[in-house]
Write a protein that binds this ligand. Structure first.
Ligand SMILES: *Cc1c(COP(=O)(O)O)cnc(C)c1O
Length: 496
């Protein structure tokens, strides 16, 4: 065992992988980061002959090295099975001059399933390893997709409860329906009268409440997080970049060692950070292309070195990317600060107090691996329409942000390196926006009529996840103010 995790805000914190997964967030509010990124110990050719599960094991064993081989394989086999509608788990589709890595073949048809189908197994295994007696209470803020994927992953998992907060008017109708119809005796869904950042900040506050932690412990509970700040989410996301490369190699699209670009529609910066970790572990990635929607804080950051969340929060048709504070960026800041926790902690303090910070020139030089740009709402819709009309392939609004930015990147740089676009949601999850982009006439139809139309034009069968909610009853209807989040949690756990 060699990898320890420290807090991005306190170098003296050192915990094993399983402890970091259990805690979710460090006590000082920092995120857990591995003290070094190990290099892959399998060659690219070896990866190209492996199944998804085999790649998952070879990648995850390096970072979760206090799990035994049996434990880790059990987690992997329990997660990546017939819950996914393809053996490949994450197939690559070539269209419009790029390779779309379809990360939406799991239970809730968004890429969050890739990590959230394994997190409950990692977490319950970690609890056993660490002799935890308390029930684990998963507390999660969602911009739409994490919530449902976490609910589906944790529903009826013994020894756990899950509470999900989502912004009442900040998710798509299908996303909301998916959450409020969630079955399971241990699942709770709460709408808040605020936006995603309010939800995320509220959850972080509850985590930091020491007095509540004591009362929870006395009642036999402890919190953990299913948000992408948990390294149990981040590590499984590295896998599919390796697998994508392996598939390109296996299909003869590239030669071993050729570089590829990774294009990622970005919100909380978890998915693209996983690609960055994959690169640092030895995957030949050229550019990490960070695509934002009109909430383009990250685009501005990559351009100027100033992170500034003081701006209007824009509700877009890619709601899972409507985020002004990209939590996982802190892990990148920590790294480009030379793994300097004190320096990072100061910047995060500035962010809390003033809503912005500026990195040094030296740090900015460390960002050369990244390219940032954004797509406006009109550009996003135009890309969906264009790709559909030219190729017949229908992509969702988030993936279209990435495809738009990829076109801008190619125009600006002339770089023709083969590129993988992370396709983060099924178009069925954002049916109305997708169909409207293709033709405004569809707006007159109901949500489920649109689903049937999409099936006709895309020739892709309606996924099980959508069939399930057609008739499912609403079982969660709690709504609260932002400042009532803690009280709501305490009610649910009967602490007051
Ligand atoms: C969560 C999500 C994103 C953003 O991913 P991050 O890891 O938060 O950057 C993009 N697209 C979809 C569909 C998502 O659900």
């Amino acid at each position: 065992m060699s990898i320890l995790y420290s807090s991005t805000r306190d170098a003296s914190v050192k915990v094993k992988a399983s402890e970091a997964i259990l805690k979710g967030l460090a006590a000082d509010g920092g995120l857990f980061v591995p003290d070094s990124l190990p290099k892959f110990d399998k060659t690219l050719e070896e990866f190209s002959k492996m199944s998804y599960r085999e790649v998952a094991y070879e990648v995850m064993k390096l970072l979760l090295d206090d799990f035994t081989e049996d434990e880790l394989k059990h987690c992997i086999n329990s997660a990546y099975d017939s819950k996914f509608d393809t053996d490949k788990m994450a197939p690559l589709v070539k269209a419009d001059g790029a390779y779309f890595l379809e990360l939406f073949h799991g239970k809730t048809i968004a890429f969050k399933d890739m990590a959230l189908s394994i997190l409950p197994h990692l977490l319950t295994t970690a609890a056993k390893k660490n002799n935890v007696k308390n029930d684990i209470v998963i507390l999660t803020a969602t911009s739409g997709d994490t919530g449902k994927a976490a609910l589906a992953g944790f529903a009826d998992v013994p020894g756990t409860k899950i509470i999900v907060f989502y912004p009442k008017d900040g998710v798509s109708p299908i996303q909301e329906k998916q959450m409020v119809t969630q079955k399971g005796n241990n699942t709770y869904v709460v709408a808040i009268k605020g936006n995603f950042d309010d939800a995320q900040t509220g959850v972080k506050k509850i985590f930091a409440d020491k007095e509540l932690e004591k009362r929870m412990d006395a009642a036999g509970f402890q919190f953990s997080s299913a948000n992408s700040i948990n390294i149990g989410r981040l590590v499984p996301q590295i896998v599919y970049y390796v697998y994508a490369y392996a598939q390109l190699l296996a299909n003869g699209e590239i030669k071993a060692g050729d570089k590829i670009n990774a294009v990622v529609p970005t919100g909380n910066f978890g998915n693209i950070l996983a690609a960055y970790y994959a690169k640092n572990m030895g995957l030949p990635i050229n550019k990490l292309i960070c695509a934002s929607n009109e909430n383009k804080v990250l685009f501005d950051f990559f351009k100027t070195g100033e992170y500034d969340k003081n701006r209007d929060f824009i509700l877009t048709t890619s709601p899972s990317m409507d985020i002004l504070i990209s939590s996982n960026l802190e892990r990148l800041i920590y790294r480009i600060a030379g793994n300097d926790a004190a320096k990072n902690a100061n910047l995060m303090k500035e962010l809390r107090e003033t809503g912005k910070y500026t990195i040094t020139e030296d740090m900015k030089n460390e960002l050369k691996d990244f390219y940032g740009n954004y797509a406006s709402e009109n550009e996003d819709a135009a890309t969906i329409k264009k790709i559909y009309e030219e190729t017949g392939y229908v992509i969702d609004t988030h993936t279209a942000v990435a495809a738009t930015v990829y076109e801008k990147y190619k125009k600006e740089t002339g770089d023709e390196t083969k590129s993988v676009i992370a396709s983060t949601a099924s178009p069925y999850k954002f049916t109305r926006s997708v169909m409207n982009a293709i033709d405004k006439k569809y707006d007159a139809l109901s949500d489920f009529e649109l689903v049937d139309e999409l099936e006709k034009i895309s020739k892709v069968k309606v996924p099980q996840a959508i069939e399930e909610i057609r008739t499912a009853p609403v079982v969660h209807d709690t709504v609260c103010e932002v400042n009532e989040m803690s009280a709501t949690v305490q009610n649910i756990l009967s602490l007051n």
